[in-house]
Every structure is written in C-alpha cells, then in structure tokens.
Design a protein around this ligand. Structure first.
Ligand code: CA
Length: 610
C-alpha cells in the first residue's frame, strides 16, 4: 500500500503531510519550546511524532523542509529514561537512532530530542537538546479511527501504511467484507439459519431438517466459521429405509418399490402358499420413522378343526396335535355304534374338512313287536340300542313260541328270531262213540274260549259234562264225556215161565226184546214180549204166568206164533241179504239211512237198524 502524500500549506501556521489512510504528519511554521510544541500538537489533535521504525527517520528527512532549528520529536527523558511521550513507553535500544556522539547531554537539561532534517550530517538522526530551545513541532496523527476497519478489525498504524487486522469473519482492506460460508442447501430437507439473509456469514448457525421420510445424515446444526467454512461437512437427507424383511417361509412378499432398500411409503404385501394362512397384517408399510407399520406376518399351516367323535376314535395320517392341510383322518366307532357319514375326511387347504365330520350312532335293532302280546325292554327309549334286553309276554290265551328274552347285539340284530304269541289250543277231542260233538268254532284246532257240546244218539245217555270249555291253559275244563247205552231194569225172573231176550247180556239195553213163555199148564198174563225202550223203560209191564184152564188151545197158538216168527225172521234175513248184494252192485253208494263219520270233531248220527 502506497500512501499518496501531499503537502498543504495553510494560513494557520501549520503544514500537514497527509497520506490517505496513513499516518498524518503535521508541523508548525514557527519554532517552539518542547512544552509548547507538545501543546501545539495537542491543539491540532495530534502528538509529537513517534517513530515506529527507523525508515520513518529517513522518510521524514527526505520529506520535510530544512529548518535550522530542526524538529522536535516525541522522545523525552523521563525519570532518566528516554521515553516515548505519546505512549509513555521507554525507548527500546534497538529503536534508538541517535546522531553520532549523541545523546551527549552536553549541556544540562538536554532532556528533549530533535531530529536532524537535511542537516548535511547525521540526517534523520536524533540529538538531545535542552527542552527550552525552540524548534518546529513535528506532530503526527494516527490515520486509524473507529471506522477505519469498518469496526470489524484492529487498525494498525504504520509508516506510509496502515493495516486492518480484521476480526474473525471479516476481510478486505478495511475489514469491510464479511466472510460467507458456501450457501447451505439440502435436498429433501430445509435449512434455517440464525441470519436469514442470503449470504450466510461467519458465526451464523444453520439448522438442517429433513422432510418426512428422510433422515438427516450428519450434524443437524452447522456454524459458519470465520474461515468461511462450515464447522463440519453439510449433512444430507437420506431416504428413510425400513429394515429388510425376513424372507417369509411358505409364502412370498411383493413390494411396491422393488429396490433393495425399502424406503418410506413402500408397501409390501405378503401372500402364503396353498395350505398356509397369513397370521398378521397382509400389507406392511414402511413408515416415515423407518419402522414397519406392523410386525411382519408369518404363514401358518392351515389347520382344520380338531377331529373328534363320540363313541369312536380318529386316526390321522399326521399324528401331530394340529391337523394340517392334506391330512387324512379315518373315523371308527366302538362296538355297538355305527358310523354315520364318511369314514375318511381330508383337511382341505382352506382349513375345512372335505366332508362333515361323521358321528357314531348307537346300533339299533329292529323295533320289537308281538301280536297278542307285549314287549318290555330294559331301555325304554324308542330306539332299541345295543345291549338292550327285551322280554316278550303273551296275552291270555296265547302262548309264546320262541325265546322269551332277546338281546340287541352290536351288529344290530337280535340274538334270535323274535318270538310270536300263538293261540292256545286244547287237545283234539276223541270221536265220541254213539254220539256227536258240536263246537262253537268249527276250525281244526280248538282254541281258547271255544265250547264243545256233546250229544248222544237215541238209546244212549251222556256220562259226564255235556259241554267242555277250552281253557286258556290249553286244557279242557273237564274230562271228555261218553255215550253209554241206555239199560232197562233187570227183569224179575218169571214164575212158571221163562224169558228169552234178544240180547243175552246182563244189562238189557235199548231195543232188546224179551219174550216170556210159561210152562205148560200156565198161561201168560200180559204182554209176552217186552221191548227195552230208549228211555230205559220196558214197553209194558212184565207179564206173569198164571195156571191155565185150557192149556191146549194156548199151546196151539203158541206153536203158530213160533212158526210165524221163524218165517218172518227168515224172510227178513233174505231181505237184508238182497239189500247187501244190491249195495255192492252200486259200489257202496252211501245210503241216506246209513252214514259214516265224515268230519273230525263232528259226529253225525250213525244209523242203526233195529
Ligand atoms: Ca546533544
């Protein structure tokens, strides 16, 4: 920096050596004592010159005009030490610029210092002089003032120069320029600085924030340093990424953004293979915080409802607790139960069984029933199940045919064929001789409650009850009766006569003719022939033999009667014989007067020839 110097001669008795932005030198046009020179400087806002470096001595020598009295400068002996009056600092030895032989202190009180200008010897050097001597006051004024360095630095005076020692953050000749940092910027984010002006200057703080879904990488706040650099590298907003999803077993995942790093807003949808079902949310979203909205789901094997069956058991191809897709389960029933439904089911991929689960229904036997009877079962429910015992009983007049108790077997069959109630029958009646029987029910087997009535032919009388009743026990109420031949009372032996009966047996039965004859000399009184009637009475009273008065006549009659009887008997025999022969010729065509037994249990009258 070069100072442009110029000399101004003013009417005020001073001359100013002024440089732009440099030390300003002023000197008086008259000579003054040291004290007056100081005052004069003071009055001109200056001080007796201080020599910052030795080059200034030469400069002043060259620049200032010659004055025989020379110029006072700002060095004075104070407390026996050469001291800069402007700063009250002791003169350093290295700064000393004494003329040859000086300071000699030749005269007393040579306590003030002058500078030789254009002396011709020791030009620009110093000499100690008496302070009362009069010389030109050489003053200087600093060019630095409060605004020299724009208030942003320290102004340093210098010969022919001044410098601004800028405060941190400023630069330029007069520190008029503020240091700026590179404009802060951040993609997907924003910056807020303490000084909102366009250029970010030293000392400003800038805070970086990221948009949603982005996260700051680097420091969030930077300060613009006095060097014009940021304290650290500017941060960046990196897209938020969520943690990589774990590969899902037995399923797959598809994301809206197929890049490796899953960023904010990406949706990932999970699906499961057949036979597996998603547990958890099917779609996850990568949140702006870098977390997934939900926990990752998993594919769980589809399970069907646990198979179970009452009164039976299940056997599955996969014996694990949870029945998974594809497992076959076979159902079987305990004894006495039968499966209703499919015996084998498969667990489908949707978690449903291929068919409705079957059930074990108790085996039932056909409903027991019996006509004319009743059944009493150990289990009174409608359906007769396995193990039930049923006892059959018959109504009165009926008897059980078959087992009285049946058990319902586990096969659903009765242990034996169901019994039946058969009507009770009484024993067949023996055909009654000389009689007949008529029953209320004409069927072959006489059943309970039937009555059979017996009747006898003429000449026979019933011995026993005329009517039998077939009881519910199958027995007749009484023994079967019989037809006994009617007998007439025994004939009293006839006195003086004899009797001759057609039936010589002891008991004279119906139809028997008994003929009475008297001994000679006796005559029969009464009917000679009596017949035993069907009522058991003789046709007439028994005759008697009385002594005869005319026995001859009687004998003749008797003889005639005997012959006649013989003839009649013979004729009757031949007549009978002739009839027999004719019958044979007719191949035994039954005659109306002679019938035989035609139906069992019913008897018709058997003809009897008297
Ligand atoms: Ca001297």
């Amino acid at each position: 920096m070069t100072c442009l110097w110029f000399l101004s001669l003013l009417a005020y008795g001073l001359t100013i050596l002024e440089g732009v932005n440099c030390w300003i030198y002023i000197y008086s046009n008259t000579n003054k004592t040291y004290d007056d020179a100081e005052k004069w400087c003071h009055n001109h806002n200056a001080k007796l010159v201080a020599i910052q470096n030795k080059s200034i001595n030469g400069y002043l020598n060259e620049t200032l005009p010659h004055n025989p009295g020379y110029y006072w400068i700002g060095i004075r002996k104070i407390n026996d030490k050469w001291t800069w009056v402007a700063t009250n600092e002791t003169l350093k030895q290295e700064d000393e610029n004494w003329a040859t032989g000086e300071p000699n202190g030749k005269e007393k009180n040579e306590d003030c210092v002058e500078i030789y200008v254009k002396r011709g010897k020791d030009d620009g050097k110093w000499n100690d002089e008496k302070c009362d001597n009069k010389k030109v006051a050489l003053c200087y004024r600093a060019s630095c003032n409060g605004s020299t360095c724009s208030g942003n630095g320290q102004c340093n005076e210098g010969f022919n120069n001044y410098t601004c020692e800028c405060n941190p953050g400023f630069y330029g000749r007069n520190c008029e320029l503020a240091v700026t940092c590179p404009a802060p910027s951040i993609a997907n984010g924003s910056v807020a600085c303490s000084d909102p002006s366009a250029n970010v200057t030293w000392g400003n703080n800038c805070t970086f924030t990221c948009e949603e879904g982005f996260v700051l990488e680097g420091p969030d706040t930077l300060q613009c340093e006095s060097s014009g650099n940021w304290t650290k590298e500017q941060p960046s907003c990196e897209a938020v990424t969520c943690s990589a999803l774990t590969p899902i077993a037995n399923g797959s995942v598809t994301c809206s953004n197929p890049s490796v790093n899953v960023t904010w807003g990406t949706n990932c949808t999970f699906t499961c293979e057949e036979g597996f079902i998603l547990k958890g949310q099917d779609t996850l979203q990568c949140g702006s915080s870098g977390n997934w909205t939900e926990e990752q789901p998993s594919c769980e094997a589809v399970t069907c409802p646990a198979p179970s069956i009452a009164h039976g058991s299940v056997n599955c191809s996969d014996p694990s607790v949870n029945v998974t897709w594809g497992t076959n389960c076979t159902f079987t029933c305990e004894e006495g139960f039968v499966l209703e439904g499919q015996d084998t089911l498969q667990c489908g991929s949707s978690g449903n069984w291929s068919e409705e689960q079957p059930s074990c229904e108790a085996v039932t036997c056909p409903a027991p029933s019996i006509a004319h009877g009743s059944v009493n079962c150990s289990d009174p429910s409608v359906n007769v199940i396995w193990g039930t015992n049923c006892t059959f009983t018959c109504e009165e007049g009926f008897v059980l045919e078959g087992p009285d108790t049946l058990q319902c077997e586990s096969s659903g069959n009765w242990t034996k064929e169901q019994p039946s109630c058969k009507a009770v029958t009484c024993p067949a009646l023996t055909p009654i001789a000389n009689g007949s029987v008529t029953c209320s029910h004409p069927s072959a087997n006489v059943t309970w409650g039937n009555n059979c009535t017996f009747t006898c032919e003429e000449g026979f009388v019933l011995k026993g009850p005329d009517t039998l009743h077939c009881e519910s026990s199958g027995n007749w109420t009484e023994e079967q009766p019989s037809c006994k031949a009617v007998t007439c009372p025994a004939l009293t032996p006839i006195a003086n006569g004899s009797v001759n009966c057609s039936d010589p047996s002891a008991n004279v039965t119906w139809g028997t003719n008994c003929t009475f004859t008297c001994e000679e000399g006796f005559v029969l009184k009464g009917q000679d022939t009596l017949q035993c009637e069907s009522s058991g009475n003789w046709t007439k009273e028994q005759p008697s033999c009385k002594a005869s008065e005319r026995p001859d006549v009687n004998y003749v009659y008797v003889g005639i009667a005997a012959i006649s009887a013989s003839v009649l008997t013979t004729a009757a025999f031949f007549l009978w014989l002739a009839r027999r022969l004719r019958k044979k010729a007719k191949k035994f065509t039954p005659s109306s007067s002679c019938q035989s037994l035609t139906t069992e249990g019913s008897f018709q009258h058997v003809g009897r020839t008297v």
